[in-house]
Ligand binder design. Structure first.
Ligand code: AN0
Ligand code: CP
Length: 321
């Protein structure tokens, strides 16, 4: 594997899940695979889980790790071409990327959507520049439109908690948040659920329709209560307007409707559903304390599985070097 953005990059999903179970049973099984190989993790945005779990995954495989926080100590980077660089940006991404590629064997990139230029974000401009100019295999640690390490960990978690249930009902629900957030997590979650053997429903207020390139074929139910009925898994997440129906609203907060906050009453509509969220989560906005603290909450096992998804992905990248 030379690039990891989409579920298709893993090939057979059942085989990838089998590999995840194998790694979970013995996460050090391939601890010499990464000897003398260096992972560079480049963060343009904050992170807790991705930073720790991906570094741990690399260590499981015997790799060395370098972490670069671009906004904490590196030169400010220009990303546009054709600019006269007389402002505060000292270096261009088009030099920085090949330089970064000199010091490592694999590059992970966290680069969120700017949420102002839909075309630029949805073209995955920054990620593809790394692909093109670094000369190294690259993988997404949440890029402008996708967060595949999260979605893979979510699918592992759903599989582990489905027990004997065939085709569990999985509901992705929008929930309110004070700030504009990217669509990467719901985009990837939808893409991965559509590829998995689950009954998948998306619910959100009107105007929050996700890009069909990720949701094609998914059922959308605007009535949150109807969507929750019979659900086995509730996956909550806020996202800003994807600009599908009204491009001029791209990246805006269209609703702060607190009736969408997942509370005990919402959970009572379900089939004793497990609660999921990728974290970080704002309590009282997305979910109430009692729901996230309940034994039915999977937020911590989900975060733990980030180490497993990252170990599988790095293992495959190393095997193809
Ligand atoms: C980010 C997002 O919503 O994409 C990261 C989630 C993993 N969340 C925030 O910025 C709060
Ligand atoms: N879920 C997730 O990716 O968390 P971080 O933003 O803390 O990495």
């Amino acid at each position: 594997m030379r690039s990891f953005l989409n579920v298709q990059d893993l090939g057979d999903l059942k085989e990838a899940l089998r590999e995840a179970a194998e790694i979970k049973a013995d996460r050090y099984k391939y601890d010499t695979l990464g000897k003398n190989k260096t992972l560079l993790m480049v963060f343009f945005n904050n992170s807790l889980r991705t930073r720790l779990s991906t570094q741990k995954a690399a260590m499981n495989l015997g790799m060395n790790v370098i972490v670069l926080d671009v906004n904490a100590g590196a030169w400010k980077l220009e990303t546009e071409r054709g600019v006269i660089m007389d402002g505060d940006k000292s270096e261009h991404l088009l030099e920085a990327i090949p330089v970064m590629g000199c010091y490592c064997d694999v590059i992970g990139i966290r680069s969120f959507a700017g949420l102002s230029d839909r075309e630029y974000d949805y073209a995955e401009t920054v990620y593809h520049q790394f692909e093109k100019y670094s000369g190294k295999p690259v993988f997404a640690m949440e890029t402008a439109t996708v967060h595949p390490l999260q979605a893979f960990a979510d699918l592992i978690t759903i599989q582990e908690h489905s027990q004997e249930k065939q085709r569990p009902k999985v509901v992705l629900t929008w929930a309110p948040h004070p700030k504009a957030l990217p669509q990467a997590v719901p985009n990837s979650f939808a893409q991965w659920m559509m590829a998995a053997d689950v009954d998948f429903v998306i619910t959100h207020p009107e105007g929050y329709e996700l890009d069909p390139r990720f949701t094609a074929g998914a059922r959308i139910e605007y009535d949150q209560r109807k969507a929750f009925e019979g659900a086995d898994f509730i996956y909550a997440k806020n996202w800003s307007c994807p600009g599908v129906t009204r491009p001029e609203d791209y990246g805006k907060v269209l609703s702060r409707d607190m009736s969408w906050t997942v509370d005990a009453e919402h959970m009572s509509w379900t089939n004793d559903a497990r609660f999921m969220h990728c974290l970080p989560v704002r309590r009282g906005m997305i979910v109430t304390d009692d729901v996230i603290e309940a034994p039915t909450s999977l937020v911590i096992p989900e975060a733990a599985n980030r180490e497993i998804s990252a170990t599988v992905v790095l293992k495959r990248i190393l095997q193809a070097l």
